[in-house]
Design a protein around this ligand. Structure first.
Ligand code: AHR
Length: 657
């Protein structure tokens, strides 16, 4: 009897345990993941801002270029207040041009030119600007010209502003006259009567006299969303088409800057453009900060992306002074006595972004034309900083105060430039000590690294800091590079409970002005091409989900191979189930897909595939060599799917209507 009941008990126990295991399995079949996972990283590197995303067509508009903008190894000879400018005395006119600083428009904008017109000649005396490698204009389109002038002689001076082609023929012009002996802004609209890829802009005084001139500006009327002081429409739209969930700005190394005086200080970048502080860009040119914090926040809002500003952690870049060595330490800390003032600057940023109109800084946002809050949720502190005692002391001071005053803001800490190494280890240790909510990991590596590191986050401790992969890229723009990134990105979705944010870097590069390769989008004054890496980013960011499902996709021949990667997510807003299938190998591969657990989905799906040869890449000549192809598709509850060699496929299964 005893043996019988013991046996029965054992059977019941086994059934109970297996039921429990089954329930547990069902419970862990899915998990919520970050709804903000895929976003973008914007840095003014490769001429991404001035002459890129910023629609300003006049180069060196405020005469602030300086040889010190350049790195020591760069040619500084043609880089100064006169860069891109030419003094014009047309039709036997003559006079003099001088660079002055005595009575500027604003203390942040010290340089201006003085033109003394001794004889105006037939056509006038003035300045010509050649733009950023020429000015592109389109027939019939309007261009908004503006300039600050101070009349230094008694009588009003008639002025003419012209767009000219290379032969000197006029493409469009406008006239006005000086009206003030103080700095005054003059505006005019020029309509181009023909298209031209290499126009120049002339501003000429038509009578004898003397005037001071600054902030010579020309914008296409058609900017992104028609914003004044706006963004180049085609480029801004190409970025917006990624539908990023967030945008990180203004960098990168640009944030902590080349020495203490070169840090990116947000207050220098807001308000009227003539009052902003142009300065050396750490990448060896000048930054006008025409795209400043207001423009960054507004662009985020226009794209539906959350803003992620990154502020310096109170220390400058360890590579300051051109000491680009692995053990270099040109890092300098803001003197401790000034740290409270500096931290206040960060608190003011939060108030500026989110505070009410009644607050000091909220009022400035309202005054700039944005009454509503910008809903700032995240702030990055530092970028790839060397983990020194100076850094740690300053980071902790900032973090403690921001956390205490703004518990609603998620702080993102920094853990050095690499995916391993001393700064990485020390950075993580420090983040754990401080309980920093999120840390910023960076990795630039070969495609093979991305393929073989898909398990990286599987074992990350879920109770520690979450991860923002703020910068990553395989080292190339071939399809293979992009597909390797895609394989890795499926692992980010699988680990979307710990990896909360991720952004490819860098975003933009101008032809002929590229300091860093590879990049996601290449452009020149006229054309843009998107890399295979762009399309991979787009396939992920436009197909994000907020729940991750396991065991939906399996290899038909049980192949566990890192060249095959897949993920299944569901987007609760649309109800769609989204399958991502990546094949980095040279062979086709058959997968089994089991959708039986999704009761509300139908049979309709959209299939998108990016595929080609491993070495295929886009270029200005062949911008569409590697592009995704989309078609309608039908799915069953259980079906097989064969992936192409070297491909990424997205199957977006629609909810039943
Ligand atoms: O993305 C280019 C640079 O790479 C960033 O400025 C820096 O953070 C990283 O080292």
């Amino acid at each position: 009897m005893k043996t019988k009941s013991a046996f029965l008990f054992l059977i019941l126990l086994v059934i109970g345990l297996s039921l429990q295991a089954q329930q547990k399995k069902q419970k862990t079949n899915y998990k919520p993941i970050s709804p903000d996972l895929f976003g973008i990283f914007f840095e003014d590197i490769n001429y991404a801002a001035d002459s890129g995303l910023y629609a300003e067509l006049v180069q060196n508009r405020s005469f602030e270029y300086s040889p010190s903008d350049k790195d020591n190894w760069q040619d500084k000879s043609n880089w100064d207040a006169y860069t891109s400018w030419q003094f014009i005395t047309k039709g036997y006119g003559y006079g003099t041009l001088s660079l002055e600083t005595k009575e500027p428009i604003h203390e942040n904008n010290t340089h201006y030119m003085v033109i003394n017109i001794e004889e105006e000649g037939r056509e006038g005396v003035g300045l010509k600007n050649s733009g950023f490698d020429g000015i592109v204009v389109k027939a019939g389109e309007k261009y908004n010209f503006s300039v600050f002038l101070r009349q230094l002689s008694d009588k009003s001076i008639p002025m003419v502003v012209k767009l000219l082609d290379k032969k000197g023929d006029v493409i469009g012009e406008a006239t006005f006259s000086t009206q003030s002996k103080d700095w005054k802004k003059y505006s005019a609209t020029i309509i181009a009567n023909q298209s031209n890829d290499n126009a120049n802009l002339e501003v000429l005084a038509k009578t004898r006299g003397k005037l001071a001139i600054d902030m010579v500006s020309l914008f296409p009327e058609k900017t992104f969303k028609n914003r004044p002081n706006g963004l180049r429409a085609d480029l801004a739209q190409t970025i917006a088409d990624l539908k990023p969930k967030f945008m990180r700005f203004p960098g990168g190394c640009l944030v902590h800057g080349d020495g203490l005086g070169n840090m990116y200080r947000w207050k220098n970048t807001i308000g009227s453009v003539e009052q902003r502080f142009a300065q050396r860009n750490i990448w060896g040119y000048n930054q006008s900060v025409g795209i400043g914090y207001f423009e960054y926040f507004q662009y985020c809002e226009d794209m539906g992306a959350k803003p992620i500003p990154v502020v310096p952690a109170g220390v400058s870049c360890q590579n300051s002074g051109g000491t680009w060595r692995i053990d270099s330490n040109g890092q300098k800390g803001i003197p401790l006595a000034e740290m409270h003032e500096y931290i206040q600057e960060i608190l003011d940023l939060i108030e500026w972004a989110n505070g009410p109109a009644t607050s000091t800084w909220g009022a400035k946002r309202v005054e700039a034309g944005h009454p509503k809050s910008f809903n700032l949720e995240y702030i990055g502190i530092g970028n790839e900083d060397k983990q020194t005692a100076e850094f740690r002391e300053r980071f902790k001071m900032i973090s403690d105060i921001v956390k205490a005053k703004h518990p609603e803001i998620t702080i993102i800490g920094t853990i050095g430039p690499g995916q391993t190494g001393e700064d990485f280890d020390l950075g993580w240790k420090f983040a754990n000590e401080l309980k920093t909510p999120m840390v910023d990991e960076h990795f630039y590596d070969k495609p093979e690294w991305f393929i073989s590191n898909q398990k990286r986050y599987d074992s990350y401790n879920r109770s520690k800091s979450k991860v923002y992969i703020g910068e990553y890229a395989s080292k190339g723009n071939t399809l293979y590079d992009a597909i390797a990134e895609a394989a890795f990105m499926t692992s980010l979705e699988r680990n979307g409970d710990v990896v909360r944010l991720a952004s490819y870097a860098p975003l933009l590069a101008k032809e002929g002005h590229t300091q860093w390769n590879p990049d996601m989008i290449y452009f020149n004054n006229k054309a843009i091409y998107c890399t295979a890496n762009y399309y991979i980013q787009q396939l992920f960011s436009t197909n994000q989900g907020d729940t991750y499902y396991e065991n939906v996709i399996t290899s038909a021949d049980n192949k566990a191979d890192s060249t095959l990667a897949f993920s299944c997510v569901r987007d609760s807003k649309t109800g769609d189930v989204i399958l991502k299938l990546v094949n980095c190998s040279k062979n086709e591969h058959k997968l089994q897909i089991d959708l039986s657990q999704f009761k509300q989905i139908g049979t309709k799906a959209i299939l998108t595939t990016l595929t080609g040869t491993a070495d295929a890449k886009n270029s200005f000549e062949e911008p569409n060599k590697v592009i995704p192809v989309t078609s309608d598709f039908k799915v069953g509850k259980n079906f097989n799917f064969t992936t192409h060699p070297m491909s990424m496929t997205v199957i977006r299964v629609k909810m039943k209507r």
